[in-house]
Ligand binder design. Structure first.
Ligand SMILES: Nc1ncnc2c1ncn2[C@@H]1O[C@H](COP(=O)(O)OP(=O)(O)OP(=O)(O)O)[C@@H](O)[C@H]1O
Length: 903
């Protein structure tokens, strides 16, 4: 794969050349590649990819990764030490354990990987390319998965698109690209294809490529405007891929990662402490030094829940599969858990609290009276904005404006646009009309606060508006009566008038109406591209109003979320009064309303204080831009919350990435879906509630495994250490410790399929290392106590003191008792008990416990008994085992119930 200087050189070569020369160099045309050429290039591209284009780890590399696991390495070392101590059979068995556990993990991870890839494929990002059936045919737009874009493809860019390759622009309108992934710069950069006719010097080897206006690099995304470009480099050959290889960036840590890290470190500390303690305990007496070391290391292994990665992957994969059946696609497996851990959901209001079906409700002049003229200008703006930038952002408003409108008059055309974006909250088109040589007319519509300050004149109301227009018979999209803004009707905008207009807008917003201001400016035609700086000196014409009805299902869904312990924080780009009204209409009690502009002046500490939960209300953030949305999410996380962000727009992407779990919807723009961890088939809060419950179920079973494994291992190790002090020989051979550990771990894999107590689904759940420690501190010693009781009984009853045969008997008795006790532990500690309303254990768990118990009883009679150093138990052992286990089972249930009552 090319390195960074090489990708730089390839792009630099194409950057300075005229478009035609670029197309020739890539052996393509402005009408795109033919299907056959594209297929040919794709085959070559896939053959070239290190993973064969699957995106998954190749088998040998995956195997190497699994084999490098610390626990496997410990087993390998143990096997080597055993071989050195002249026990080849033991060495072979330990070696087989290493191979078995690696293969098991490999199989499970590949299965989970396949399932996750399948789920990701359900929400793939696509690119729009031009392809031709044959060289003579015209280019036709086709949506293809991003991985199928090949060099030479002509790509169309629209707002919300991820740039699918390294591209050289051929044409563009108001294109602005977010390059934060490459530059860290949050403000979008303007891109243009402009070719001056003279070759531009290519960028030097140190000049950053993202500075070049004619290059759009993979990894960046389109914020506004449109463009057509040709792909120069794709996939692993892009500048972004080379950059990643050079400086791999760690993904931000999620709630799930944090939890696993805490538990893992706690266990590593315990293991590290166990080895010297075990050595200390085994040193005296006749035990050879090498055996003592072996025993110490096997104790360390016994303490480690080595199946943790496997159990976690299995439970998550099962959770993800269950979610996909309910229309929730998980793109990153740990997001299943993060969904369950979420305690705060940030969402905008459109489509979450409202139906997202905007309808046009009013068109008013500056006095607040109905005026068709205003509607005509607003429609011209919407029509041409959509024409120039086909998938323009904020198109729900444009759609509503154009719903019953015909085409604009034939003598009007758009020459340029400064497209909508969430920072400016307005859209401008530049129109020319036949016969008006040398004049451009700017038509701007946008949020009242973002348009009014750009106006210095206002068109005064006309008498009996609407009637004249109706008589024109030109239809709603016809040319407005007065094309120029000059004339007696336009007067300078005074401060008093500004205040009055703002008050008028507030009054209507308070009813929930979403208002856009409409303004125009007549100028001498410009000979360059228009930019946001040209939106000034406008004449305000009036307003258009829309309504987005509250979603009738929202109150019930919000109640369900509240019942699950998830608080909603509304974060919207809309007007504060509209936001408050919508909250009230859906049964939410809005707390303090914070505007985006206020947010910028608020230091972190003040923001954190503002976010602290107060009297059941949550603050509402209104008129916030994309960066401010992300800041709110970051602040919530800082205050210890686990935050989900639900959004579908370009303006939501930074917040989706900043959240613990970014949630988007199938119909969202590519950028939003790409930035999300979870994609919902429908933007429906009750679907999300299902997702949260499933996440908690998954988490609940993972936690069960960790609790039971840590507790039981801790108990075992304690009893073995105690026994090694009391006995003149090791209580279990190292190999026996490992076999016992492996059998128990295998049985615990069944927990991935267990039922979960309803109590565990009620609130947000995260790993709680302290709770885990308390649990282990109570149940670990309890297990050890009964193990020691079994020792005592075996000691006297089996007369284990008498010679080597006695040792083997003791080992066998201890191993069998231990495994049977673990089967009981599995069944008892998995839940809260039937009397507390907990569901019965799943059949798989019961079966696993039975298999474990049967294996324990049959192992000493099997052919494996010899290599494992086991002997058949005498009949006298049966009552001992029965008494100890009956006592253990009963005590375990009693203590569990007490423990649960106390916690
Ligand atoms: N097509 C458009 N043309 C002009 N102005 C628009 C257009 N779409 C939206 N606006 C203005 O920009 C504001 C912010 O829009 P943005 O898309 O950031 O958030 P929103 O859709 O209003 O709110 P929400 O966050 O609830 O989805 C809108 O409230 C509106 O005033």
């Amino acid at each position: 794969m090319p390195d960074l200087p090489r990708t730089h050189a390839i792009l630099a070569e194409y950057a300075g050349r005229p478009p035609l020369s670029v197309l020739r160099g890539l052996e393509t045309s402005a009408r795109g590649l033919t299907e056959a050429e594209a297929e040919d290039r794709l085959l070559r591209q896939e053959a070239d990819a290190p993973d064969g284009g699957t995106g998954r780890l190749a088998l040998p590399r995956h195997l190497a990764h699994v084999a490098a696991d610390p626990f496997v390495l410990v087993l390998v070392v143990l096997s080597a030490v055993t071989a050195v101590t002249r026990d080849p059979r033991g060495a072979l068995l330990i070696g087989s354990l290493a191979v078995l556990s690696s293969l098991l993990r490999l199989r499970q991870e590949r299965r989970a990987g396949r399932a996750a890839a399948g789920l990701r494929a359900l929400s793939t990002t696509t690119a729009t390319v031009l392809r031709r059936a044959d060289p003579a045919s015209p280019g036709v737009e086709r949506e293809v998965p991003v991985e199928q874009v090949v060099p030479g493809d002509v790509v169309r860019l629209a707002p919300g698109d991820m740039v699918p390759a390294d591209l050289r622009l051929l044409s563009s309108t108001g294109l602005r690209v977010d390059q934060a992934v490459l530059t860290g710069e949050s403000l979008p950069a303007a891109k243009r294809a402009a070719w001056t006719g003279r070759p531009v010097p290519p960028p030097g080897p140190d000049a950053p490529l993202f500075d070049r206006p004619e290059l759009c690099l993979m990894g960046t995304s389109v914020v506004s405007g449109a463009g057509t470009a040709v792909a120069v480099a794709t996939g692993p050959r892009t500048h972004f891929a080379a950059l990643q290889r050079d400086v791999p960036r760690a993904a931000p840590e999620t709630a799930f990662d944090r939890g696993v890290r805490t538990v893992t470190w706690a266990l590593v500390a315990m293991v590290a402490a166990a080895v010297p303690v075990a050595l200390l305990f085994t040193e005296p007496g006749p035990t050879p030094w090498s055996h003592a070391l072996l025993f110490a290391v096997s104790i360390a292994v016994a303490l480690t829940p080595e199946m943790l990665p496997l159990v976690v992957t299995t439970t998550l994969a099962r959770g993800a599969a269950a979610l996909s059946r309910r229309g929730v696609i998980v793109k990153r497996l740990p997001a299943v858990h993060d969904l369950g851990a979420m305690d705060t959901l940030c969402a905008d209001k459109t489509g979450t609290l409202t139906l997202d079906r905007l309808s046009l409700t009013s068109h008013l002049d500056a006095a607040g009276e109905p005026d068709d003229e205003v509607l005509r200008w607003a429609r011209l703006n919407a029509w041409f904005a959509t024409e120039l930038v086909p998938e323009a952002a904020g198109d729900t408003m444009d759609d509503a404006l154009l719903a019953d409108a015909g085409p604009p008059p034939g003598d009007v055309r758009a020459v340029d646009a400064v497209p909508f974006d969430s920072d400016r909250r307005r859209a401008t088109v530049v129109l020319r009309r036949d016969g008006r040589l040398g004049r451009d007319l700017l038509v701007t519509k946008g949020a009242v606060e973002n348009v009014l300050p750009l106006c210095d004149r206002v068109r005064t109301p006309r008498p009996s508006p609407g009637t004249a227009a109706a008589r024109d018979g030109e239809g709603a999209a016809a040319r407005p009566r007065s094309w120029t803004t000059a004339g007696s009707a336009d007067v300078p905008l005074t401060d008093d008038e500004r205040d009055r207009l703002a008050a008028l807008a507030d009054e209507r917003s308070a009813t929930g109406e979403r208002l856009l201001a409409v303004a125009v400016a007549d100028r001498p035609a410009a000979r360059r591209d228009y930019a946001p700086g040209d939106e000034r000196g406008l004449t305000l014409l009036g307003f258009v109003g829309f309504r987005d009805e509250p979603d009738p299902s929202a109150p019930a869904a919000l109640e369900r979320l509240a019942g699950l312990g998830v608080a909603l924080v509304v974060v919207t780009g809309d007007h504060p009064l509209v936001a408050v009204r919508t909250c009230r209409d859906t049964g939410l009690t809005p707390g303090r309303v914070v505007l985006g502009a206020e947010l910028d002046d608020l230091p972190d500490a003040a923001l954190d204080a503002l976010l602290a939960p107060k009297d059941g209300t949550a603050p509402v953030f209104a008129r916030v831009d994309p960066r401010q949305k992300a800041r709110v999410v970051g602040a919530l996380r800082r205050t210890g919350r686990t935050v989900g962000f639900l959004g579908d727009g370009i303006n939501d992407a930074p917040a989706l990435r900043a959240a613990d779990v970014g949630i988007s919807v199938t119909g969202a723009v590519d950028l939003a879906r790409e930035s999300a961890d979870v994609v919902l088939a429908d933007r429906d809060l009750s679907v999300l509630a299902h997702g949260i419950t499933e996440g908690r179920r998954t988490f609940g079973n993972g936690v069960k495994y960790i609790r039971i494994a840590v507790t039981s291992n801790l108990g075992n190790v304690a009893s073995m250490l105690a026994a090694s002090v009391l006995l003149p020989f090791m209580p279990l051979l190292p190999l026996q410790v490992l076999v016992q550990n492996l059998l128990f771990d295998l049985s615990q894999l069944s927990l991935a399929r267990d039922r979960v107590d309803p109590a565990d689904l009620r609130g947000p759940r995260t790993f709680d290392a302290r709770e885990l420690a308390r649990f282990a501190a109570v149940f670990g010693p309890l297990g050890a106590l009964f193990d020691l009781a079994a020792f005592g009984l075996f000691w006297w009853l089996l007369e284990a003191r008498s010679g080597a045969g006695g040792e083997a008997l003791f080992h066998t008795g201890f191993l069998v008792e231990n495994l049977l006790a673990q089967a009981l532990t599995l069944l008892v500690l998995r839940g809260r008990g039937r009397r507390r309303g907990a569901p019965r254990a799943a059949r798989t768990v019961v079966a696993a416990a039975c298999v474990l118990a049967l294996t324990a009883l049959l192992l000493p009679l099997s052919p494996l008994a010899g290599p494992l150093g086991l002997v058949p138990l005498p009949l006298a052992a049966v009552p001992v085992l029965a008494a100890v286990l009956a006592g253990y089972g009963t005590t375990l249930v009693i203590v569990r119930n007490r423990f649960l009552r106390a916690s």
